[in-house]
Design a protein around this ligand. Structure first.
Ligand code: FAQ
Length: 313
């Protein structure tokens, strides 16, 4: 069959909602787009452990500490499912990790901001996991089978993370004046970076149109961002707090909230490596990888020994 014929069969399958599986024929550009998105998603989960891990030793109670440890471990698990999904596209984990460490592969802008107080654990759960779910629930229907299946479990866990974050903020919002101030301050600092997580506006998003035609993405960046703003604008009222946007207002005609302009210079500055914590985050990942070299060596030696024993038997 010619490439054109193969491409037509491929697109027909996608249009009929039939999943693409690792052994199916796929255009090289589809494979590369998936590797880019899934590996960057995996990197985000792994780097995303750092801002919260920073608070494990300072959690205010045993219950909070246990929950935070479990959340951070969940993020590690998400990274591992996603690296495994990307490996089915013919790229090795070593290659993906090398791309992260060299700065060639991106990870989410949000994880380059510092976690200054305990309230940040609440704000990350509510806003960052909240934005992540909004973006990731549609990915459970992504056209590539291994990615879609990994996302189902990830979304279940993220939804629990979002609730525990909101509950941290709710507790603070009912506390002392200092606790309420801390709560509002964390919301103020995490709001705009969370709104930016959805990526550039539709007109400046180079990949969206093709990714939507391939049904990797089901909604555009701006559509998902608007849903997120609509939900948070209501939820913040339950906290008795405000979102730091004077232009936020309900638009009766559109049946959506209007919101203020995003600072895209800040977004691109962070994406391009110059955010408040980019260097620190990458250095921590490289160090962790180097510190773990002996574990990888031991695991490989053990697997090699087992293989030898099996061959000899
Ligand atoms: N940060 O044309 P588009 C989480 C890049 S996981 C950095 O719109 P696309 C869980 C984009 O890569 C959070 N870079 O691209 C958690 C592209 O650059 P490239 C991560 C960004 O792929 C919670 C360029 O801009 N989630 O939070 C960002 O169609 C708490 C042009 O953009 C995912 O990765 C950004 N925010 O749409 C963990 C979900 N936005 O690659 C721990 C899966 C855009 O050409 C604690 N990914 N860029 O060099 C996606 O849905 C998509 O990849 C988008 C971007 C929507 C992120």
């Amino acid at each position: 069959m010619s490439v054109q014929e193969l491409e037509k069969i491929f697109q027909d399958r996608i249009d009929s909602e039939i999943r693409i599986e690792p052994r199916d024929w796929m255009p090289d550009a589809y494979r590369k787009t998936l590797i880019r998105q899934i590996s960057q998603h995996a990197h985000s989960e792994i780097v995303g452990m750092l801002p919260e891990a920073n608070w494990i030793t300072r959690a205010p109670s045993l219950r909070r500490k246990a929950t935070l440890i479990a959340k951070v471990q969940d993020e590690a698990g998400h990274g591992l499912y996603l690296y495994s999904a990307a490996e089915t596209l013919n790229i090795s984990r070593e290659e993906m990790i090398a791309q992260l460490h060299s700065g060639k592969a991106k990870y989410s802008s949000i994880f380059n901001y510092p976690t200054l107080t305990w309230a940040d654990m609440g704000a990350i759960g509510w806003l960052v996991d909240g934005a992540a779910i909004m973006n990731q629930v549609p990915l459970c229907r992504a056209s590539y089978g291994p990615y879609a299946r990994a996302m189902v479990r990830i979304c279940k866990e993220e939804s629990f993370h979002q609730r525990q974050g909101f509950e941290i903020l709710l507790t603070l919002s009912r506390g002392s004046a200092d606790q309420r101030r801390m709560c509002q301050d964390a919301i103020n600092r995490w709001w705009w970076p969370s709104v930016m997580m959805f990526g550039p506006n539709d007109e400046s998003s180079p990949h969206s149109a093709q990714s939507m035609a391939w049904k990797i993405k089901r909604f555009s960046n701006d559509e998902l961002r608007q849903r997120f703003v609509d939900i948070c604008a209501e939820q913040v009222k339950l906290l008795g707090m405000t979102l730091p946007d004077p232009e936020l207002s309900w638009n009766e005609e559109k049946q959506h909230y209007d919101f203020g302009a995003i600072d895209w210079d800040e977004f691109w500055n962070v994406v391009n490596g110059n955010g408040p914590c980019n260097k620190e985050r990458l250095a921590a990942r490289v160090q962790a990888h180097e510190d773990g070299a002996w574990v990888r060596e031991a695991a490989l030696a053990y697997a090699g020994k087992k293989r030898q024993e099996k061959d000899a038997a």
